[in-house]
Design a protein around this ligand. Structure first.
Ligand code: PRP
Ligand code: URA
Length: 209
């Protein structure tokens, strides 16, 4: 069964409060999502493998660690996932970025795929799929289906806010994909929005309605 990790770092929780606030405007919302994505990238990369190298300091030789050069891929779910990419790349600049375009049909709430572009060496990469919201779970499940269909084997899913309903269906669909979140909220409302949530992530990032 996939695990759910809640990043309860005080800086993440503080910034998430302002992201939720309906009085936070587009510019500030975008900046905060970027900052939280960086902080979450810091936490999610905790288990990256290291290798020991010799480094010559001005004083002597030190046995020191560097990243073991694991190939990473970040895959935002368009559109709102895009808001998390730059923040993650600040910490993981060597990662390649793929894109999966999905929108949620407002009537059926089912995800509709309209674009997929992934790095060519999909099978060799570890992927982090990002989207601010896991609501019914449909979009995240479909995005990960898309990656797996193309050969991805090692995948993590990272979002800001998840609904319990979405987490449950996601875990059934992808028991091998762990979920990393900043908050697990109360429920979904009748329109499929997360309560209390933050509203429509794409609209708040890009100033649309
Ligand atoms: C939002 C959000 C997720 C999806 C979550 O995107 O960014 O991708 O809804 O909902 P789900 O878990 O019920 O599938 P939306 O479909 O509004 O598209 P957008 O990013 O283009 O605005
Ligand atoms: N998508 C969003 O952007 N917000 C929600 O609350 C649910 C789905």
């Amino acid at each position: 069964m996939a695990k759910v990790y809640v990043f309860d770092h005080p800086l993440i929780q503080h910034k998430l409060t302002y992201i939720r606030d309906k009085h936070t405007g587009t510019k500030e919302f975008r900046e905060l999502v970027d900052e939280v994505a960086s902080l979450m990238a810091f936490e999610i990369t905790r288990d990256l493998p290291l290798e020991e190298v010799d480094v010559e300091t001005p004083v002597s030789i030190s046995k020191s660690n560097v990243l073991a050069g694991k190939k990473l891929g970040i895959v935002p779910i368009l559109r709102a996932g895009l808001g998390m990419v730059e923040g993650m790349l600040k910490l993981i600049p060597a990662a390649k970025v793929g894109h999966v375009g999905l929108y949620r049909d407002p009537e059926t709430l089912q995800p509709v795929e309209y674009y997929v572009k992934l790095p060519s060496d999909v099978e060799e990469r570890d992927f982090i799929v990002v989207d601010p919201m896991l609501a019914t779970g449909g979009s995240a499940i479909e995005a990960i289906n898309s990656l797996k269909k193309r050969g991805a084997k090692n995948i993590k899913f990272m979002c800001l806010i998840a609904a319990p309903e979405g987490v449950e269906v996601f875990q059934k669909a992808h028991p091998d994909v762990d979920i990393y979140i900043a908050a697990l909220d109360e429920k979904l409302n009748e329109k499929g929005y997360i309560v209390p949530g933050l509203g429509d992530a794409g609209d708040r990032l890009y100033g649309t309605k």
